[in-house]
Ligand binder design. Structure first.
Ligand SMILES: [Zn+2]
Length: 502
């Protein structure tokens, strides 16, 4: 007797091969059998007209940040994600300093592993966390002694089951690290069977140089490397991904082991303050600073030099200060009240210093170029919402959007190939055992959707809208979402790799 039989569906098994008609049976959380005319299920799901695929793997996320506080990860299940790769961009809560004592990554991962999750999660150890523990926020290169201390902490995390090390080289204090430090730590990761996830030093004017630096690291440490959320920001850099992908292809020819991931939007997202206001003013005092007319004028001059008058690429998310601004670009918001665009920006920050915005700084052609590359995986680049009400729609929409917009509407790659990029490719890159394929003995992490209707509905005006056309999502044989609504089940877990590199 099987627990569940999914009948009459089209099986896309994750290998990239075309779909075939078959039933699929689940027993004890695993795929028991894939064959026609199966009988003897306690529960039957009719998947006529639908495709049955492995659960999606979010190749680059920040779900680790709420592993203890919001383990349901509702928005992940609601877009078909059954496993997320977390701990990226150098940012992890582990290791940490508590009352002057080092709390090891292994201790923290062990604690997190006891908290049931809505979907599975594997994680890196963040370089920023290592540096903060060993060097605080020091703006300098690490000494040999400090390198060794960071290496030891990293080794502890990977031996406890973390995937490897992640870099976030645009953020403090990671940005103070020189290439030698990156190579040293990447070598430690490699020695313990780990890998590297790299948010590189620039995704804008110095993109090509930043990719070259990371290729140097990947080669020097001979370590598997994933280029995080690969993109080229701002008009003058559009098209550079052709150059960077050529560099990556060449490096692979020379023996490097490199992959990329991408999220399916031309907008990145962060706070307005982070983009336009120098760090030293971005604190609790920001509303006060914004009342200072002289400072406003100084900041306007600096921003004009850098960005010019046209801020039509900056889209305000939810604006509590003036709800009419929600979803408008800064240029449109300024026009609404016939005001100067920078004065409008400063008014918003004075009233709502945390106001989030989306930056329409990439271009469709680049997104598609990166997405079509055979070594590119798909990601959300998101933390779960938790108690936040305002976030980038990629947190809810990425995977349905790729399937609706980039496969069905724009034909960037075929459906079987895209499913491979969402499933077996990341499973093999990150060494996730028994995941990413529909095959007997594999974990029953499964999505059932209609390839003719699946689409994201979350957008910059309302990031909370669930996807359409995604009917069932299972984690380890348990239903976690139906019609893209999470049901509260927690069959997922923290995956600790324990050096099971495939
Ligand atoms: Zn990043």
């Amino acid at each position: 007797m099987y627990d569940i039989i999914i009948k009459n569906g089209k099986i896309l098994d994750g290998t990239g091969c075309p779909a075939f008609d078959s039933d699929l049976a689940i027993k004890d959380g695993k795929i028991a059998c894939i064959a026609e005319n199966l009988t003897g299920g306690k529960k039957i799901i009719d998947a006529r007209g639908l495709v049955v695929t492995p659960g999606f793997i979010d190749s680059h996320s920040h779900s680790d940040s709420t592993v203890l506080s919001f383990p349901g990860q509702a928005e992940k299940a609601e877009q078909g994600i059954t496993t997320s790769i977390g701990g990226n961009c150098g940012s992890t809560n582990w290791p940490a300093l508590k009352n002057g004592e080092v709390v090891l990554a292994s201790t923290m991962l062990d604690q997190a592993a006891h908290v049931p999750q809505g979907s599975n999660l594997a994680t890196f150890v963040g370089h920023r966390a290592l540096r903060r523990v060993v060097m605080g926020m020091e703006k300098r290169s690490a000494t040999q002694g400090e390198l060794e201390k960071m290496g030891k902490l990293l080794r502890d995390g990977i031996q406890a089951g973390a995937l490897g090390i992640s870099f976030g080289l645009i953020y403090t204090p990671s940005c103070y690290a020189r290439t030698e430090e990156l190579i040293y730590l990447a070598k430690v990761a490699k020695e313990c069977g780990g890998m590297l996830s790299a948010h590189i030093r620039s995704e804008a004017d110095d993109l090509v140089e930043a990719v070259s630096e990371m290729i140097t690291v990947a080669k020097a440490a001979d370590v598997r490397t994933v280029f995080s959320h690969h993109k080229a920001m701002f008009r003058q850099n559009h098209g550079k991904v052709n150059t960077t992908l050529a560099l990556i292809r060449q490096a692979i020819k020379e023996g490097a082991d490199i992959y990329c991931d991408v999220y399916p939007y031309i907008a990145s997202s962060t706070s307005l303050a982070a983009r336009f206001i120098p760090d030293k003013y971005v604190n609790d005092q920001l509303p006060e600073y914004m009342k200072d007319i002289r400072l406003r004028s100084e900041l306007k001059t600096k921003n004009l030099e850098k960005w010019g008058e046209d801020l039509s690429w900056v889209q305000i998310n939810t604006c509590a200060y003036d709800p009419a601004f929600s979803g408008l670009t800064l240029t449109e918001a300024a026009q609404l009240h016939s005001k100067d665009v920078y004065e409008t920006l400063f008014d918003i920050l004075q009233a709502q210093p945390q106001c989030q915005a989306s930056f329409l700084s990439m271009c469709e052609a680049d997104v598609e170029t990166v997405m079509a590359y055979e070594r590119t995986m798909i990601c959300t680049d998101s933390a779960v919402a938790g108690d936040k009400i305002d976030y980038h729609p990629r947190l809810r929409g990425s995977f349905p959007r790729v399937l609706g917009r980039y496969v069905r509407q724009r034909n960037v790659v075929s459906l079987p190939e895209m499913i491979r990029k969402m499933t077996s490719l990341p499973a093999s890159v990150y060494g996730l055992q028994r995941k990413g394929l529909l095959a007997p003995g594999y974990d029953a992490d499964i999505c059932i959707f209609d390839p003719d209707t699946i689409i994201d509905r979350a957008d910059f005006k309302d990031c909370t809208k669930q996807a359409e056309g995604l009917f069932y999502v299972f984690v380890s044989g348990q239903l976690v979402a139906e019609n893209a609504i999470y049901n509260g089940a927690t069959p997922g877990k923290l995956i600790l790799r324990k050096n099971e590199v495939s």
